[in-house]
Write a new protein. Structure first.
Ligand SMILES: C[S@@+](CC[C@H](N)C(=O)[O-])C[C@H]1O[C@@H](n2cnc3c(N)ncnc32)[C@H](O)[C@@H]1O
Length: 304
């Protein structure tokens, strides 16, 4: 959320425009008959939402797996109660251990130690396997790759390197800023003895490598160099009730009217199934100069 665009005078959505926990639950219940198994709560920053553990507990009541992606600035104080509410797993975004690079990339004064404390709290609360998502940008944080791997080796925390993507319009993305996963893997193989782990599901986005001495694993998400649109099974629900069938879609489908007008789970389920079955998104596979000018939702609206 760049400061120039989301400054102090920015008009954010009023709280009443957010889906309530009940409305989110209705969407999840309606998605279950059409195959939903996992829910990831992301953002924005999900830990800013008051009483998030109530949503976790209610979602768990539907029998889905519940995970969370967070910047961990508030995780240390919430990990235990989220775990008690039934949260299964946590992913933390951390692009650098170096304080200056971290401050530059997050444009915030939240210390790296606060994020590391949050990760420790998640491990202690049993929210495992805790994953750390790290987006590497050429010339910005490439020097953080080895320190991040070394910091989490032997801790049970998996570091995953994500290729920098052209999501939204505000990050000024250029292909030249992308560091391909293959380059990071080559680099790491010179320092660590790594062996590939066979994928479990075709929809697993990360390719996994293990330290041969059993001290943990590393993941690579190659969304730019090796797009996986064909195996993507993720639907994204925005805070104001829009269903996006792709990270790179524009407007999304407004579910709010159907959630509230009818109250009938079957109608909502049918509407979602209809949207999903018509989906033909494959932005990452057809990325080009022509597609790059199409409108796209910002990452801060649908959470990655
Ligand atoms: C947008 S954040 C939202 C959740 C939460 N606020 C957080 O910081 O984890 C979700 C994930 O998207 C990743 N991400 C953000 N911008 C990205 C980009 N341009 N390319 C690839 N991943 C990106 C972040 O690293 C993070 O792990």
């Amino acid at each position: 959320m760049p400061r120039e665009r989301f400054g102090e005078d920015h008009t954010f959505l009023p709280r009443r425009a957010y889906l309530s926990f009940d409305e989110i639950q209705k969407v999840v219940d309606a998605c279950k008959p059409v195959g939903l198994e996992k829910v990831r709560i992301t953002g924005g920053e999900p830990l800013l939402r008051p009483n998030l553990e109530e949503l976790v507990s209610s979602l768990k009541g539907s029998g889905v797996e519940v995970a969370l992606t967070t910047n961990a600035s508030l995780l240390a104080g919430q990990a235990e109660r989220l775990a008690e509410a039934g949260l299964d797993r946590v992913t933390v975004s951390l692009d650098a251990l170096d304080p200056k690079t971290h401050a530059q990339m997050t444009d915030s004064s939240i210390p790296v130690e606060t994020v590391l404390d949050g990760i420790d709290a998640a491990v202690s609360a049993g929210l495992s396997p805790v994953k750390v998502n790290c987006v590497i940008q050429k010339g910005v944080n490439e020097d953080q790759v080895v320190p991040l791997v070394e910091r989490f080796r032997g801790t049970g925390v998996t570091v995953r390197f994500i290729e920098y993507m052209d999501v939204g319009r505000t990050n000024g993305w250029q292909l030249a800023q992308v560091v391909p996963s293959a380059d990071i893997l080559d680099f790491l193989q010179k320092r660590f003895d790594l062996t590939p782990i066979d994928p479990i599901n075709p929809s697993d986005v990360a390719r996994r490598w293990a330290h041969s001495d059993g001290s943990g694993e590393i993941g690579f998400i190659s969304s730019v160099s090796k797009p996986f649109c064909g195996d993507c099974v993720r639907a994204r629900l925005s805070a104001d009730g829009r269903l996006h069938t792709c990270l790179f879609s524009s407007g999304g489908h407004d579910l709010r009217a159907i959630i509230n007008n009818d109250g009938n789970e079957q109608t909502l389920s049918d509407a979602i199934a209809a949207i999903w079955s018509r989906r033909d998104d494959r932005y990452s596979e057809i990325r080009s100069l022509e597609t790059s000018v199409l409108p796209r939702v910002e990452m801060s609206y649908i959470g990655g």
